[in-house]
Unconditional design. Structure first.
Length: 306
């Protein structure tokens, strides 16, 4: 699956931290698409649960970058991107199960469209057998990308199913974002005039069997780290204004998610049944933002392992 950079059409980047329970399903979905497109998969890993041994033994075609220190997802993604050779760089995570035509659709979209950032749809893998807990996590994180999604410009794209033209991530041979924060990378590109694009035929399923409490805690850390980075150079007045805005943030997020999800006319009863859990998750995120705006990131940016 590898070769000179000029011959590599697609690099798939995956950041893994203790992903042994899900990585085999993720990589098997890609393994079945190895023909037809010159592709490489670069897995940056800081696991202690046997993930690298599993990958090396079961998937020898994967470029495995193992780090002993517990690196966060943005740090791992940055190191994986730096090692890529593809003209298109796609970002998945270990919980992503690519559709059977995912590789072809990613390359096709980038060949057809001028946009440097192209995201896709996210369904729930094995949806009918999933618990309401799994549905709550899925809808909270990817409710805006539940199929069907409309092709066109977007204000946000999913972090577990997004791809970039190489030219916007590199200056020559130098990587532009050694630590890859999807939201801030995309904001930078938008400020430079780029358009974020959603393409409905690029599809992944979410296979994220994690405890609800772990996800709840991670929402706080994400919110706090995001806020701290957002106001890193801001004046105190801006920090206070943004902190004040978090008081209404849970309701605003729930309204936005509902408006984005309800017209799809799918899984509505699951959406309604999970509303209390979703509101709790949005509230915890908002509390994290409040702390980030007023007190900085603390240790939260070092806790983002998925």
């Amino acid at each position: 699956m590898t070769g000179p950079m000029s011959a590599t059409e697609l690099s798939v980047v995956i950041a893994a931290h203790d992903a042994a329970a899900v990585i085999e399903r993720c990589l098997t979905a890609l393994e079945n698409q190895r023909d037809g497109v010159t592709t490489e998969v670069v897995l940056a890993d800081s696991s202690t649960d046997g993930t690298p041994t599993l990958v090396a033994g079961r998937f020898p075609w994967v470029r495995l970058l193992h780090f002993d220190e517990p690196l966060t997802v943005p740090e791992l993604r940055g190191r994986a991107i730096r090692a890529t050779r593809g003209m298109v760089i796609a970002v998945l995570d270990p919980f992503s199960v690519a559709a059977s035509d995912w590789v072809r659709q990613v390359v096709r979209a980038h060949n057809r469209l001028p946009y440097p950032v192209i995201g896709g749809a996210v369904d729930l893998d094995a949806a009918e057998s999933r618990s309401l807990r799994a549905w709550a996590i899925y809808l909270n994180e990817y409710g805006l990308f539940v199929p069907p999604v409309a092709a066109g410009p977007a204000s946000i794209v999913p972090g577990n199913n997004v791809s970039y033209k190489r030219s916007v991530l590199f200056d020559g041979e130098a990587v532009r974002y050694p630590v890859f924060w999807k939201t801030f990378v995309n904001w930078n590109l938008e400020q430079a005039g780029s358009v974020l694009w959603l393409e409905p035929d690029i599809r992944v399923g979410l296979n994220k069997p994690i405890p609800f409490g772990d996800f709840l805690r991670t929402r706080y850390h994400h919110g706090r780290c995001f806020a701290a980075m957002r106001v890193k150079t801001a004046q105190p007045a801006m920090r206070i204004w943004r902190a004040t805005s978090t008081l209404v943030l849970p309701v605003l997020m729930l309204v936005r998610w509902t408006r984005g999800f309800w017209p799809k006319r799918r899984h509505r009863w699951r959406f309604v049944l999970t509303l209390p859990a979703q509101l709790a998750l949005f509230t915890v995120w908002a509390w994290g933002e409040l702390c980030g705006y007023l007190r900085g990131g603390g240790h939260s940016c070092n806790q983002l392992f998925y």
